[in-house]
Design a protein around this ligand. Structure first.
Ligand code: ADP
Ligand code: MG
Length: 373
């Protein structure tokens, strides 16, 4: 298994730069997510690593091996595509065995003599060597597709096709597994199940994995570390908790979870706290900013909707409930505070009273929970 190092990766398409100085340092055995909105360059990054695109500039390494100039099949990367890219006219077994077989034939004398390996593969006479057969059956058992081995892939459900694609990548025992939005074609429920399946496989095999997604929840719930991408650049890399609690920019704060983002102005320091003017109110924060104009970031779960018994907060505001949204274990409130609308998430236990639109409330926020960017 290898680490993946990407240095100064830049990619232009006809003079248009779509990747700009991408640097990644992915550790051996790590589950790494590349997260960003559609069009930001995630697929292009993966295709450069896999060898389907030639970088305009930069170096890509697996372990100490520089991949520049190597063909995709010389890189030891397994790739799972968003569209699965299975052969619809072949059964599950043949799909999974295909690359192994090609590799074997290329290495064998038969291939050198005949030269046309595709004819062999397509011919009904082509028999798989025993070890290939065992390897394929083992991997199919692992992804729970044994019973489907002889079915055409076109006859399978989305989740099953996804597992064929995964088996096909894994059977080559790649050093690195690349997955480009592998779950985006599945329905919501299956997506959740497959998240766990992929996570489990990754942990079993300890295979270095790069997982591309535009879905922040997917990235945050699956990956050891996440790189947030925008417009061809990496904005921040960190563990999910890092990114959530210390976003470097309002874009990340908003993209990774929900945030209240309010423009403010630092006007004072008081007992080690920054005092920030927002509208006609002030809010105190333990954070210090190196500039006066800031964005104040508060996560919805850190805005406490108070009752008479609540503790005192250094920051308290009067507000009026605009909407309440019942979400099962939580209630989300949109609350008008001065000129702003804040979103607050409160835990809901059965029997709790849900506040109605128009209700007056007091809100409390701890200065530890107020970020300044
Ligand atoms: P993502 O996977 O994050 O949605 P892509 O890597 O597919 O983003 O695309 C990034 C940008 O590069 C987009 O603006 C896209 O239009 C452009 N792009 C991707 N592939 C090509 C190509 N072969 N030729 C020209 N432009 C491309
Ligand atoms: Mg893409």
């Amino acid at each position: 298994m290898g680490s993946v190092v990407v240095e100064q990766l830049t990619k232009d398409f006809s003079g248009v730069t779509v990747l700009q100085n991408i640097n990644l340092n992915i550790q051996e055995g790590e589950f790494f997510a590349l997260l960003g909105p559609s069009g930001c360059g995630k697929t292009t990054t993966m295709r450069c690593i896999a060898g389907f695109e030639k970088p305009t500039k930069g170096v890509i390494k697996i372990g100490d091996k520089n991949l520049n100039g190597l063909a995709p099949n010389e890189r030891n990367c397994g790739m799972v595509f968003q569209s699965y890219a299975l052969f619809p006219h072949m059964n599950v077994f043949d799909n999974v065995a295909y690359s192994l077989n090609i590799k074997r034939l290329k290495e064998s004398n038969i291939f050198r003599k005949i030269g046309v390996y595709t004819r062999m593969i397509n011919s009904k006479l082509a028999k798989y060597p025993k070890d290939i057969e065992k390897k394929v059956m083992d991997i199919l058992e692992y992804v729970e597709l044994t019973d489907h081995a002889k079915k055409l892939t076109s006859a399978l459900s989305g989740g099953q096709q996804q597992r064929v694609a995964l088996a096909r990548a894994l059977v080559m025992e790649p050093e690195v597994l690349l997955m480009d939005e592998p779950l985006s074609n599945l329905d919501q429920k299956l997506r959740h199940t497959m998240r766990n399946t992929i996570r489990q496989i990754q942990q079993d095999l300890k295979i270095t994995t790069i997982f591309v997604t535009h879905d922040q929840e997917e990235a945050m719930s699956m990956a050891d570390r996440v790189a947030v991408m925008k417009d061809g650049e990496i904005l921040q890399i960190g563990t999910p908790t890092d990114l959530y609690s210390n976003p470097k920019s309002p874009f990340i704060a908003d993209f990774v979870g929900t945030s209240n983002i309010i423009p403010g102005k630092v006007i004072d320091q008081e007992n080690g706290l920054s005092v920030v003017q927002i509208g006609n109110q002030t809010v105190k924060s333990v954070a210090t900013a190196d500039k006066q104009e800031v964005q104040v970031i508060i996560r919805p779960e850190n805005i406490n909707v108070l009752n008479e018994n609540s503790m005192e907060y250094d920051n308290s505001f009067d507000g009026e409930i605009l909407f309440s949204t019942y979400l099962g274990s939580t209630v989300r409130y949109d609350i008008k505070v001065g000129d702003y609308t804040l979103t607050a998430d409160t835990t809901y236990e059965s029997g709790n009273h849900i506040l109605k639109s128009g209700a007056s409330v007091k809100l409390g926020v701890s200065p530890e929970r107020v970020l300044l960017i």
